[in-house]
Write a protein of this length. Sequence first.
Length: 351
Amino acid sequence: MMAFLEFKNVRISGISAGVPKHVEYNKDYPYFEEGEAEKYIASTSVRERRIADPGVCSSDLCYSAAERLIEDLGWDKSEIECLLFVSQTADYILPATSCILQERLGLPESCYAMDISLGCSGWVYGLSVITSLLSSGQIKKGLLLSGEICHLQSSPLDKSAYPLFGDAGTATALEYQEGYEPVRFHFSTDGSGYEAIIIRDGGYRHPFDNQSLDVYTTPEGLRRTRLNTEMDGMSVFSFGITKAPQSFNLLMERFSLDRESLDYFVMHQANYFMNNKIRKKLKLPEEKVPYSMPLFGNTSSASIPLTLVTACSLRGRRSKIAICGFGVGLSWGTGYFELDENVVISDLVEI
């Protein structure tokens, strides 16, 4: 058996994104040696990233995106009955950030609110959860918020990771609409690879101690602490170029979907070299595989909706969209949905 899901009667009404105003340019990253910046930008495509000011959380970026989207949709907040928050950079260890956002956004007490702690695959998983909640018609309107403050997880001294990641928050509005085209998914998990992308200290397995902030140097010459993201680049690359196309093909086959009719295939924005390998494996034309990486970097769970907002032409037309998120966990999933010509794509919010 495989984890295929299909949910009917749910329409994506709108998508928005919020990013910090502050821009960091990779050509100015101080720890690159001569010629390294050009090579890094060429392989990842990341020229610049948005970096949040001190004290700004992923929930702040999501909040701003949600307020803009609710206004653009003209929704009555009292009718929003569901709020999911997808992030691995929550405000607190507890309580759940979704509870804080429910009050902050002025949503009713009757609102169903839940956090989902997933990274690269998070928006795809979150989309499946919220569509499942709405598909019965008992909940009519919901918000899926996904965002990360990625730069705080990476060591500024780690030139393999810090120049890759940016900060962003997104909001996706969904509503029950009888007869709307089904949303389809395929999901997988391989926990044996949990160490491929990991922050070792700060949780309950290895709590923070007086050695957590000690800077150490890896055999590759990278400098970080045990509170920073650690990546096994080759393992992650091999995983991505194998599992992402496999999942896409399984979804297309299971639900008899026509890849030729797709308007866009939007992947998690891992890095250009990996994503382009996946595109070539799937024999998809470049114009159908958009990127937000050059301007925003890898924004983890926010990367797919951020790409939909900033790199796709969705307003005023019907669109068939496939999505794929893959990474930390190891966790991956692929989805398919259709947007109608009335979908609201808000202008990018800068905070």
